[in-house]
Design a protein around this ligand. Sequence first.
Ligand code: UVW
Length: 306
Amino acid sequence: LGTLNLITPERVAEAGAEIRTGRTFPLGITFDTDGAWGDDTFRINTRHFLTVDGGDERGLVDALDEREIVSTADRMLANSWRKSMRFADDVVIMSLQSATQWDGLAHAWYDDRLYNDVPASSVTSRGAGRNGIEHVARRGIVGRAVLLDVAGFRGVDHLPANEAIYADELDAVCATQGSTVTPGDILLVRTGWWSTYRGRQDAAAWRAGCPGLSWTAAEWLFQKDVAAVAADNLAVEASGQGHEWAGLPMHMLAIRDMGLTLGEMWNLDDIAADCREDGRYSMLLAAPPLAIPGAVGSPINPVVVK
Ligand code: UVW
């Protein structure tokens, strides 16, 4: 589980004390067909359709009447639909990383080694034989979260495109907010960038311009014993800060070297507005991944409680 092991039962019990009003804030964006992934990449936005719906009412009952019913599924539909009950059923086809999500520890690596010295050959088209997200799902992710509202600290709606956030600014945000990051905390970093996508729908430009953490901030996260870090951008780290050594250097240091789970494309605007109002930037967070064996990430709808 990497740094998620820092969220001990004691830390979860302490996190419960963050609940004062019982108000809840979902941090997930919608899983839209016109989300931030276009046709130009290796990811697809969510495709959602129904396999049974209200429009089937006449046609399906007639069709079932006209043919011999052989399968259990048809028999179930026939029996059900000839009486008054109706139902709808749906399916999605999506990239697990196309909207609000966790990157698991088999998502990124270098030099043929994953986190914990696991050989890269363990990730195949059958999935991740080691470090898969199902190990996280078995325990869930619940803990104390601290929001670092960098955009709020700077007094802007959002940071400029490709702006990197360094450790000294994280310290300054903590000081201004009166926040202390303690071992096992989940960090939420707000750049304001997600809201620039709403209404614009220029997915490629949004993805290419994300402000976010400098890769050098990995050391700060390590020293603070942060359990996981999530942000309202594409990759937690700033886009376009490529390093001669890696295209996404923070991913290499965080996921591969530290075992630090990254949360991407979270919507932190509403919770930030509430924190500014009551001056409290810590909260209980629940964000369990789906139990998909061998998956290297998972869609989520994280919820915080204040
Ligand atoms: C890649 O794009 C490879 O990863 P992520 O979605 O974690 O930024």
